[in-house]
Design a protein around this ligand. Structure first.
Ligand code: PGA
Length: 255
């Protein structure tokens, strides 16, 4: 099972097609020297196939930013897990807080997405969880994390060869320019691990899960995260849009 550290670039809807292509070319070139860990880029859907062509033959992997919960059917506008796999994606983000907020993705949808993606060979779900500012202020974070994980994974089985990534992304930290204190991230990751242990058992969690952090990771704060015991990588939004910044962050995490 691959337990390498991982860095995932979430380009959100921040780049057009040509801008995406330019950045993908730069990344392919710049990252030639990095031979450890895993690097994943998640472009917009329309640019996926072009980016795949650019990355072909290299070590950088491709991910989708979201996905639907059925593989085929009359679902206008949606993209299925098997279409993503066919386009060359090895990863897909599920339940990002921006999707929960702007397109009202709910627990049930997220659960169905995780289930369908787990049924596709070689497509690894990156399931996002995290508390908002109010939940943090009122000390409800632990409860929220356990609840989100139960809703996403409860009743599912993880097979021996399946991998899952859980991204702890405190909503208040995303895009704010201020990351969480590393000690707080370590604590939250322990809660995530314990909640997953409850659902799947410790052995499955140890073997099949990676827990990563996302929320305003940048070149200045990344060093504070690298040695955390329960951190297997990072999900980077804004910090992944500039090639030099992204490279520096990647070097700290996997270099
Ligand atoms: P950010 O985004 O790094 O810009 O805070 C992270 C994310 O939303 O995954």
């Amino acid at each position: 099972m691959n337990k390498d550290h991982i860095i995932i670039a979430n380009w959100k809807m921040k780049l057009g097609i040509n801008e995406t292509i330019e950045l993908a070319k730069k990344i392919k070139d710049k990252f030639k020297k990095i031979d450890k860990g895993e690097v994943v880029v998640c472009p917009n859907f329309v640019a996926l196939m072009e980016v795949k062509k650019i990355l072909n033959g290299g070590k950088i992997k491709l991910g989708g930013q979201t996905v639907f919960w059925e593989n085929r059917g009359a679902y206008t506008g949606e993209i299925s897990p098997d279409i993503l796999a066919e386009a060359g994606c090895e990863y897909v983000i599920i339940g990002h807080s921006e999707r929960r907020k702007y397109v009202l993705e709910n627990y049930e949808m997220i659960h169905k997405k995780v289930k369908t993606v787990l049924g596709i060979d070689n497509l690894i779900p990156i399931v996002c969880v995290g508390e908002d500012a109010k939940e943090r202020k009122t000390d409800r974070r632990d409860f929220v994390l356990v609840d989100q994980l139960q809703e996403a994974f409860g009743g599912l089985n993880i097979l021996k060869n399946q991998q899952v990534i859980v991204a702890y992304e405190p909503i208040w930290a995303i895009g704010s320019g201020v990351a969480i204190e590393p000690s707080e991230a370590e604590y939250a990751h322990k809660i995530v691990r314990l909640a997953l242990n409850d659902i799947f058992g410790m052995q499955t969690v140890d073997n099949n899960f990676r827990i990563i952090y996302g929320g305003s990771i940048d070149t200045k704060n990344v060093e504070n995260f690298v040695d955390l015991e329960n951190l297997d990588g990072v999900l980077v939004g804004g910090g992944s849009l500039d090639i030099d910044n992204f490279y520096k962050i990647a070097q700290a995490i996997i270099g």
